[in-house]
Design a protein around this ligand. Structure first.
Ligand code: OOG
Ligand code: NI
Length: 446
């Protein structure tokens, strides 16, 4: 009998392999990691409480580790196999992000661990997009792109063999895990040789830069990794001093006393040399721009009611921006009315919390008394961290890394057909947070 490797450990091994590979492939990303490490160390030095909190949640060693990465796939068939791979890593498809309304020819989901224990073990997730060819008006080009996707295999024979093995009841041993992860690295690495000629590449680029990025290569190269920063405003302001060009804005909510959802920013994608095959068999040198580095800072997960308020405030800020306000001012003005204490967020049912007892509860205490029990100091409420993504922010990250604005006119995507193609239901993020909160209440009043 062998002991199968736990999914959390396979995910950790994958996350560190991909980190190592990306640092080696994209030196500017290594610089970003150093910057984040320095700023996180400074924040921890001045904020003892935060440091203690991280020690208590055993998050200190991993504070600088990557929280997510992103890939772009060509079809739902590719997504289906990718989902099998992620399942072995304990990563499940959560949420549906239709980037069509933002003019981008992709629909996305995020593969991530879904239990608090698995998230604590290693939170690595993958923002995974699938190309929507509907936006290519030229039928001939659309068919060419679609054939290229259908005829390529982004998974090696070895990786598929290892996947079959991983799916058997016995799982993977430690050494098989190494092999499993190593064979899949091939899928995520950069290909410096394009699989299409320069002319076709340029046609695809004109259709949309994302189309060219997805269709012109043998595999879905990791296009960014994202470590966690403890101070995104300082990290953003420091990037150019280290010789990396930041995108102009920080996506998401403004800086607040009680951080909500997700704030993220990136450095601009780099132009890299690639070779294009030509009809005489020789390779023609050219370049492709796709890869960048991102940083993120997470806050409390909002309830549907809180999210509605967030979306409204975001819309308001965009309106103010159109009227000529500065991004910073518009954002803080639009969010001025958004409650900014954990108590307000909780009492107005805007955010998710986990509850635990501070000593013995008064006899006969019941869930209806929760608010009073918190006020009287019997129960503490801790914010639940948002573990997902935001469609408007994601579109902002995509767009600033496509160098030119190309908005396609796309119909609204269908979560149902996406999930049918994937062959499984997409997990609703709100349900996960609600369950986590309910679970803590059940334990509290058991
Ligand atoms: C994905 C962009 C979205 C995020 O963190 O919101 C994203 C991509 O560029 O492929 O990663
Ligand atoms: Ni990202």
């Amino acid at each position: 009998m062998r002991t199968p490797e736990p999914a959390d450990d396979i995910r950790s091994e994958f996350a560190s392999a991909i980190s190592e590979m990306y640092r080696a492939e994209v030196p500017a990303y290594g610089t970003l990691i150093e910057l984040v490490e320095d700023i996180n160390a400074e924040v921890l030095a001045r904020d003892e409480q935060l440091e203690q909190q991280l020690v208590a949640s055993s998050g200190l060693e991993r504070v600088n580790a990557e929280r997510h990465g992103a890939i772009r796939l060509g079809s739902l068939a590719e997504l289906k196999t990718m989902a099998r791979f992620f399942r072995i890593l304990g990563m499940h498809p959560v949420g549906y992000y239709d980037l069509g309304p933002a003019g981008l020819p992709v629909q996305s989901t995020a593969f991530r661990p879904i239990t608090p224990a698995a998230l604590a073990a290693n939170p690595f997730r993958m923002f995974t997009s699938v190309l929507n060819l509907e936006g290519i008006a030229d039928e001939k080009l659309r068919n060419t792109a679609s054939d290229l996707i259908d005829n390529r295999s982004i998974f090696s024979k070895d990786s598929l063999r290892m996947l079959d093995l991983a799916e058997t009841g016995e799982g993977l041993s430690k050494s098989e895990t190494n092999e499993f992860v190593a064979t899949f690295m091939e899928t995520f690495r950069w290909h410096s040789d394009a699989s299409v000629g320069l002319q076709l590449y340029e046609e695809l680029l004109n259709a949309h830069r994302l189309v060219a990025d997805i269709v012109s290569f043998q595999g879905p190269h990791i296009n960014h990794l994202t470590p966690r920063t403890l101070d995104i405003d300082v990290a953003h302001a420091t990037m150019s001093k280290r010789g990396i060009t930041p995108k102009e804005t920080i996506e998401g909510p403004p800086k607040r006393k009680c951080p909500i959802l997700l704030r993220q920013t990136s450095f601009m994608a780099l132009s890299e040399s690639v070779n294009f095959p030509s009809s005489n068999g020789a390779l023609r040198p050219g370049s492709h721009t796709a890869r960048f580095g991102e940083i993120e800072q997470r806050g409390i997960a909002l309830t549907p009611k809180g999210r509605q308020l967030y979306d409204l405030a975001l819309k308001k800020s965009q309106g103010l921006l159109r009227e000529g306000g500065s991004g910073h001012a518009a954002l803080s003005m639009a969010f001025a009315g958004f409650p900014d204490t954990h108590e307000d967020l909780r009492k107005r049912d805007l955010g998710y919390f986990e509850f635990s007892a501070l000593g013995q509860l008064p006899s006969g205490a019941k869930v209806e008394d929760l608010s009073q029990l918190i006020d009287e100091g019997f129960v503490r409420a801790d914010p639940i961290v948002y573990e997902d993504f935001l469609p408007v922010s994601a579109a902002g990250i995509f767009k600033s890394n496509l160098s030119t604005e190309q908005n396609l006119d796309l119909s609204v995507g269908s979560e149902q057909s996406f999930s049918e193609g994937l062959g499984m239901a997409l997990i609703d993020p709100f349900t996960l947070y609600q369950n986590q909160s309910n679970e803590s209440l059940r334990a509290l009043f058991a």
